[in-house]
Design a protein around this ligand. Structure first.
Ligand code: GDP
Length: 314
């Protein structure tokens, strides 16, 4: 059988790297989209074939899709950091929102039989209308990032309903792991735990310690993304663990893992609070579980995995 070809935008990011690992393991030919910068893009796996294009540039995206002729397209690229979205709302809308429309147009005109995955986000639920959140829960975004992700979600649904594209969304709750960007709260905590344990740092200053998130492992979530595209019919699925913890509880578990008391080291600075906060997220992934998916890594194991990885960093 001919190799399946996948095209990933956001291949240099956390989820993209795990997805590339998974697809290569499954025998796919994996292509990735990278933005041109003066420093070359880094991917962990040299087998990934890189193409230069930008989510803000329609013709470059169309050209990549035309040349690669992928069986599956995973749109993971975005301006993905919520605080930056208040500083750069228009850029966030352009990449995280309109970028999805451009990817869909590239597929529609150049490879309409390809299956399309959109990385929708639990940030769409924002000020949650009900708990836990499922595929039918109304959106109420609380940041320019959340608003842009809502547009991306609905333009994907619209492409499916207007043109019959095999376009699906995974409404992905916070996904974490040792490859998580260092500015996200879980990784801020685990890098600080390692630095404090090694005597290089005394305190960790955070914002809101009471916010609650449904944190899962990125390696588990990419399995869900692949599974979603193997379904005969395109659809939307929540990807979540169904368990939520506060930022404070994450700190407690992470510091305890190396024998430290988090209350001696963590300070909450109200000036770091966000202009509008997402207080609590909790996902109901029953629809996806009915397809046979379940997360393998629980909260405690995730925290330990991240702390252990940061302890090993030089
Ligand atoms: P998000 O859910 O995509 O915004 O992921 P983050 O990891 O950036 O933030 C998760 C939660 O942690 C949010 O409710 C933040 O307000 C809270 N938080 C508290 N302190 C910090 C911090 O120092 N950095 C970040 N990124 N978030 C923090």
């Amino acid at each position: 059988m001919a190799l399946k070809r996948a095209l990933i935008s956001g291949v240099t990011g956390q989820i993209g790297s795990h997805l590339a690992d998974l697809l290569l393991e499954k025998g796919y030919e994996v292509h990735g989209i990278v933005r041109r910068t003066s420093t070359p893009a880094k991917v962990r796996r040299p087998e990934v074939k890189l193409h230069s294009a930008d989510l803000c540039d329609q013709s470059s995206l169309s050209e990549v899709v035309r040349v690669v002729q992928p069986d599956e397209v995973y749109n993971l690229a975005a301006q993905s950091f919520v605080p930056t979205s208040w500083q750069q709302p228009a850029l966030t809308g352009d990449t995280t929102g309109l970028g999805v429309a451009r990817m869909l147009e590239a597929v529609r005109h150049n490879c309409p039989g390809a299956r399309f995955y959109q990385a929708s986000s639990s940030e769409c639920y924002g000020k949650v209308r009900e708990s836990p959140q499922h595929e039918g829960t109304s959106f109420y975004p609380r940041s320019p990032y959340g608003a842009a992700k809502c547009y991306g979600h609905w333009i994907t649904v619209n492409a499916r309903e207007s043109y019959g594209l095999h376009a699906s969304s995974g409404i992905c709750f916070n996904c974490e792991g040792p490859r998580r960007g260092v500015e996200f709260v879980t990784r801020r905590i685990t890098t600080a735990v390692a630095a404090i344990k090694k005597g290089k740092q005394e305190t960790l200053v955070l914002g809101n310690l009471d916010a609650r998130r449904d944190w899962g492992f990125a390696g588990d979530y990419v399995q869900a993304m692949h599974l979603i595209l193997q379904q005969p019919k395109p659809d939307d699925y929540v990807i979540a663990t169904g368990v939520s913890h506060s930022v404070g509880q994450f700190c407690e578990a992470a510091f305890a893992h190396v024998g430290l008391d988090w209350r001696r080291h963590v300070v909450s600075d109200p000036t770091l609070y966000r202009p509008a906060e997402v207080d609590v997220l909790l996902g109901d992934a029953r629809k996806l579980r009915a397809l046979g998916w379940k997360p393998e890594v629980d909260f405690e194991s995730l925290v330990k995995m991240m702390v252990d990885a940061d302890m090993e960093m030089p």
